[in-house]
Design a protein around this ligand. Structure first.
Ligand code: 5MM
Length: 346
């Protein structure tokens, strides 16, 4: 048995503690700069540091957030008062997570499809991150729906890499977040998304089993079963909740420690509504807790308000806290539109 098994189970349990979710703030510099550029924020290391400091020093964040996923640059950074970010997190009881993939790259011979890379020297990187205080990790695979895609090569290749990553994480003491994201981009229907998500999940769990990954020591971070953004018929909240939970119940082993969804480009409110609907209707039927691991749907209002200006930090932190609180409520099935009317002091 893995020497870390007990610790991994305890970490996974803490990650999906009732009313808590995970803050994904692991944007690579490329993605971070895309978000900054839209708002006229300087694309510099100083602004990336300032923004991540804003997020991590938000007062009260630990009430709703169990852990935060960092990028390699971020885990090495300090606040302006020279406190390591890792200490800020440890002091507030927020678990340190780290993105260990090195990005989704074009899949050779498969136009329009991606495969996520990052297995090279991963064992050594995991040991370093564990030494820095990290207790969980994340790897995101991207599955695109389009004409004649996804291919089997894309699903199988990504699933294999996810499983190899997860096994290495557990060997090194990090709880793996396994993130197979079926992209929302495209004009596909809810039904098509269901079929692709099902095939993806089945393949991922086959590969995880093959690589001897312990399901009770991992977190699944799936996308929801949802209509493509450009689909003329958009499924409603209840249809998304029904299809998503049915797909999970059919394809995810009951022993998985927990489910923490990505938001995938949904609006802030929709991401909360969907999570809430799943918990209201299906909490008692699901063997796992269902919570959030959002990036855009939790950070966006704070980023838009901050815009790189120190004077906006406190107000931006309130906006972050508000979304964290809404999603925490949704993870308990207690979110309502009323919560959005509560004035957020900015
Ligand atoms: C923070 O965004 C992550 C992707 O970063 P890179 O593409 O720059 O590597 C991403 O994995 C994120 O954690 C998840 O997709 C969830 O984010 P959303 O915005 O979909 O909730």
């Amino acid at each position: 048995m893995n020497t870390y098994a007990q610790e991994l189970r305890a970490t996974a349990k803490a990650m999906i503690a009732p009313g808590k979710g995970i803050l994904a703030m692991d944007e690579s510099n490329h993605t971070c700069h895309k978000r900054f550029e839209k708002l006229g924020i300087d694309k510099t290391v100083e602004q990336r540091q300032a923004y991540r400091e804003l997020l991590l020093t938000t007062p009260g964040l630990n009430e709703y957030i169990s852990g935060a996923i960092l990028y390699d640059e971020t885990i090495r950074q300090f606040t302006r008062k020279e406190v390591p970010f890792t200490k800020v997190m440890a002091d507030s009881g927020i678990l340190i997570g780290i993105k260990v993939d090195t990005g989704a790259k074009d899949l050779a011979g498969h136009h329009g499809e991606k495969v996520t890379e990052g297995l090279d020297s991963l064992r050594d990187r995991i040991a370093e991150y564990y030494g820095m205080g990290a207790r969980f990790a994340k790897w995101r695979a991207v599955i695109t729906i389009g004409e004649d895609i996804p291919s089997w090569a894309c699903i199988e290749g990504n699933a294999h890499a996810l499983a190899r990553y997860a096994a290495l994480c557990q060997e090194g003491g990090l709880v793996p977040i396994v993130e197979p994201e079926v992209l929302i981009d495209g004009n596909h229907s809810l039904e098509r998304c269901y079929t692709v998500t099902e095939e993806t999940l089945r393949t991922v769990f086959d590969q995880l089993f093959c690589q001897k990954v312990a399901f009770d020591q991992m977190i699944l971070k799936p996308s929801m079963v949802i209509s493509g953004l450009a689909c003329p018929i958009q499924a409603n909240v209840e249809q998304v909740a029904d299809a998503t939970v049915r797909c999970l119940l059919d394809n995810v082993p009951a022993s998985v420690a927990g489910i923490a969804f990505l938001s995938g480009g949904q609006s802030n409110e929709r991401a909360s509504e969907h999570l809430n609907a799943m918990n209201v209707k299906y909490k008692s039927q699901c063997p796992w807790s269902i919570t959030f691991s959002y990036a855009r749907a939790i950070q966006q209002p704070a980023l838009e308000h901050w815009r790189g200006n120190d004077a906006n930090v406190a107000a931006a932190q309130q906006l972050l806290l508000h979304r964290a609180k809404c999603n925490s409520a949704a993870s308990l099935g207690q979110y309502s539109a009323e919560m959005e009317k509560t004035p957020v002091l900015v």
